[in-house]
Write a protein that binds this ligand. Structure first.
Ligand code: C2O
Ligand code: CU
Length: 461
């Protein structure tokens, strides 16, 4: 059996999922220990898997605070590699952004670092390792960060669902340890063969007909884009990347869910008693259940109809007329046709660039984090970036520290996001107000790409 064929093999077995357990309070509620653990990641009957997890868990413990509250976590590093924690999507104080080599030194094994910041926006966020992310996130170092709005939402239940993609050896259940695979860097990134929700294969929850749930989905995959559909639910997207939509958008077609993005859904259970509602995943044109909700009883005689929008967060509005324009040209990778790029300002052939472990170029530079910044802005300046994907792969571009608006095809301000998926050959313009001081990464969240050229910085001073 090929190491990449685990999923197919597992799908054949019948596995009954278990409800997600509540997170056990660690002895120190402010402790966050990155450590190795052996967990039952593969289905029962398979050996346990050694992972790196926060507090030894996959996903890491849920951190949940009220909007505007302070988050304090003492990171203790017990994994055999320096690490740091990035709080993805939080408009954070730069010193707490957790980027090893940019906003802090990586925390050595045995050392600690105190994270202490305010979470200004309500929404669904996540936290993850930000040193050698392509390896450390693949090993399991990520978890949900939920910031609650003050208002009561009309729902019966909420579920946080962390979707993750693992590359597992089906014989041993151990994670494939070729984290630096050149084929992953130059193609679509590390794509796994085993997809979990909250660390479980085929997660199954119970449900009641006509109940209303809020589902907070987080795509913690290294590189996998998840096409999702709803079955047995009426659903609406109410927020993306933590930011509420002005009007809930009914789910009528496939939702394309890129790595690092979050989707908040409100769903009404329409499946009948004895049936199951599903979040489904499209896999090479086949439909697989990602999460099943077994309908056990009836809660009400009817569903509630279109939900109210969530209250918006206070994000400054971009003025496109005064926004400073930038271009980010993405090139390279397999089948990209890139012949030359610079490294350290020196023109190199693609062969020399690959030799140096790089595969991609931003505006002609293949350096990655150490290369030239994309933009240097003064605090309060407005900026717009035209992202031109001239590669043969899709890229999920993430900006640290500030949310941005995608621009609609007619040039107007579109959705607020922190991660935007730019398909191969596509151009996508984004715009934002540079109101947050500091050095912010702007990178592809296909993590093997980020590590091989697809990282730049935006400096706000
Ligand atoms: Cu989700 Cu640079 O990170
Ligand atoms: Cu990419």
């Amino acid at each position: 059996m090929n190491r990449r064929e685990f999923l197919g093999c597992v799908s054949a077995a019948s596995i009954s999922g278990m409800p997600v357990g509540k997170v056990l309070a660690a002895s120190d509620p402010h402790g966050l220990t990155a450590k190795r653990a052996n967990i039952q990641l593969a289905p029962a009957g398979y050996p346990k898997t050694e992972i790196w997890g926060y507090n030894g868990m996959v996903p890491g413990p849920e951190i949940r605070v009220a909007k505007g509250a302070r988050v304090q976590r003492m990171l203790l590093n017990e994994v055999p590699d320096p690490t740091s924690v990035h709080w993805h999507g939080i408009r954070i104080d730069n010193a707490m952004d957790g980027v090893s080599g940019l906003t802090q030194d990586a925390v050595k094994t045995g050392d600690t670092f105190e994270y202490d910041f305010v979470a200004p926006d309500a929404g669904t966020f996540w936290y993850h390792a930000h040193n050698r992310s392509y390896e450390q996130i693949a090993r399991g170092l990520s978890g949900p960060l939920i910031v609650e709005e003050p208002d009561t939402i009309d729902i019966d239940r909420e579920e946080v669902l962390v979707l993750d993609d693992w590359l597992v050896d089906p014989e041993t259940s151990q994670l494939d340890n070729d984290f630096e695979a050149g084929g992953d860097k130059s193609h679509g990134g590390r794509i796994g063969n085993y997809i979990t929700t909250n660390g479980k294969y085929n997660l199954t929850l119970s449900a009641r007909k006509n109940e209303r749930y809020r589902l907070r989905l987080i795509n913690a995959s290294n590189a996998r884009i998840l096409p999702l559909q709803l079955e047995g639910f009426d659903g609406w997207i109410v927020a993306l990347d933590g930011m509420p939509l002005a009007a809930p958008q009914p789910v009528t077609e496939t939702i394309v869910f890129a790595p690092a993005q979050r989707i908040d859904l409100i769903v009404d259970v329409t499946a009948d008693v004895g049936e199951s509602a599903h979040i489904q995943r499209l896999d090479r044109n086949e439909v697989a259940s990602q999460v099943a909700f077994e309908v056990k009883s009836i809660a009400a005689t009817r569903t509630r109809g279109t939900p109210q929008p969530l209250a918006p967060n206070e994000i400054p509005t971009v003025d496109l007329n005064s926004a400073k324009p930038f271009v980010l040209k993405m090139e390279g990778g397999a089948m990209g046709g890139l012949r030359f790029a610079t490294l350290g300002g020196v023109k190199k052939s693609m062969g020399e660039i690959v030799e140096a472990g790089q595969f991609w170029a931003f505006n002609g530079a293949a350096d990655g984090m150490g290369g030239p910044p994309l933009a240097e802005l003064s605090q309060g300046e407005h900026a717009r970036i035209m992202i031109k994907n001239e590669t043969s792969f899709a890229h999920a571009m993430h900006l640290h520290g500030m949310h941005f608006n995608e621009l609609n095809p007619d040039g107007s301000l579109g959705l607020l996001r922190d991660t935007t998926l730019v398909e191969r050959g596509e151009e996508r313009e984004i715009a934002f107000v540079a109101d947050n001081l500091g050095k912010w990464l702007f990178h592809c969240h296909m993590l093997a790409h980020a590590a091989s050229g697809m990282t730049t910085r935006i400096i706000v001073s």
